[in-house]
Design a protein around this ligand. Structure first.
Ligand code: GLA
Length: 369
């Protein structure tokens, strides 16, 4: 990819110095879904698939963004990063030309937008000596997305992409931003990512709806409880105070948040003990909660996870990301992974009527390559 991108760069912008090339991955969330805006704990990791950017300075002050094979509307992300930098007082003069390419499927729930934002911020910080830490890059890119792209996402995606570490997932407390890299030491198992190839059309409006339902549930609980976020509650405290939530839908949304947060804590401790079977069972429970209480799944995601769960060698499977389409993550015994992927995709096609796809490989932090 690097060589091809460099060649294309020189073709488009002319010879006159080789560009620097940078990479940032996508992300997959292992467990802890739809709770990064309720102060919950999440457990994502960066992917080996991601975004490549080639950058070179320009003497005339112009700033040019071009892409290879990236769909329309992508320029708003780098522009948003520049605006967020200005807003944060990170001003740098100087022009540049940027060529973007990637191997991450777009709109598949693997955070292609966070990957692009982080890759751009990281590249500019390095090229212009801005010295922005990776953690600040994550926060800056979340601001870019919230204030300038207009998507009110939580911090998980940008954090997972900017703060990834090879061979590890990130145990992140989205309330305090404390985090820990946890080695995915899974000799016997691996993660498979299966794509429904259903684009997440509804996801933005439904995403905002879920956020406000959680806010409403929180307000109700605050009448009696001194809490700032839903995920501060234990399951017992939640059950004891659930009657405060006046709306049955909001009650189910809040229940998902509280129980999902607990599952994340448990999952991380099970990983430490090497109990992958129990980890997988929590992934299944997470999916059921997202399907029934949070209602962010869809037929394709349910079919795909059902097919997976029926197969020998699959320890657990759940939707990952915002939902309403996109991808599933499954924990699978390593020696059966190939067969599981093939059989799953075949059965998926025969039930749903179109192809899915399978991706493998976790990655690390953004880097110059
Ligand atoms: C999207 C958002 C994240 C997170 C997930 C759901 O990916 O960008 O902040 O809320 O959905 O877990």
């Amino acid at each position: 990819m690097k060589e091809l991108l460099e060649q294309e760069f020189l073709k488009r912008f002319g010879t006159g110095g080789r560009p620097n090339v940078y990479f940032a991955g996508g992300r997959v969330n292992l467990i802890g879904e739809h709770i990064d805006y309720s102060g919950g704990k999440v457990f994502p990791c960066a992917l080996a698939l991601g975004t490549y950017v080639a950058v070179r300075r320009r003497g005339d002050g112009e700033r040019i963004f071009q892409s290879v094979g990236v769909s329309d509307g992508w320029e708003k992300y780098p522009q948003a990063v520049l605006s967020a930098m200005r807003q944060a007082g990170i001003d740098f003069s100087g022009g540049f030309e940027v060529l973007v390419a990637g191997d991450l499927p777009l709109g598949a729930g693997l955070s292609s937008s966070a990957s692009l934002e982080v890759a751009i911020a990281y590249a500019l910080s390095d090229m212009f000596g801005l010295g922005i830490s990776n953690k600040d890059i994550a926060l800056l890119c979340q601001k870019a997305e919230n204030d300038f792209v207009g998507v009110s996402c939580g911090i998980m995606d940008q954090f997972a992409v900017a703060m990834g570490k090879e061979g590890c997932a990130i145990y992140l407390d989205t309330h305090s931003l404390k985090y820990e890299h946890i080695p995915l030491a899974m000799e016997e198992c691996e993660l498979l990512i299966l794509d429904t190839k259903k684009s997440r059309k509804l996801s933005e409006s439904k995403y905002n709806e879920r956020r406000s339902e959680c806010e409403r549930a929180l307000k109700c609980l605050q009448k009696r409880l001194d809490i700032e976020a839903l995920c501060e509650l234990t399951e017992a405290d939640f059950s004891a105070n659930a009657e405060l939530i006046d709306d049955p839908v909001c009650l189910r949304r809040a229940r998902h948040a509280v129980f999902e947060n607990r599952r994340v804590e448990e999952a991380v401790s099970l990983l430490g003990q090497g109990d992958m079977a129990a980890f997988g069972r929590l992934m299944n429970q997470s999916h059921f909660s997202l399907r029934d209480d949070y209602e962010v799944s869809c037929e394709e995601l349910d079919v795909l996870t059902d097919i997976l769960r029926r197969q020998d060698g699959v320890l657990g499977a759940r939707m990952t990301g915002a939902g309403f389409g996109g991808c599933v993550v499954a924990l699978v015994e390593r020696d059966k992974a190939e067969a599981v992927a093939l059989l799953t995709l075949e059965e998926y096609r025969s039930i749903i009527g179109h192809e899915g796809a399978c991706y493998r490989g976790v990655g690390g932090a953004p880097k110059r390559i």
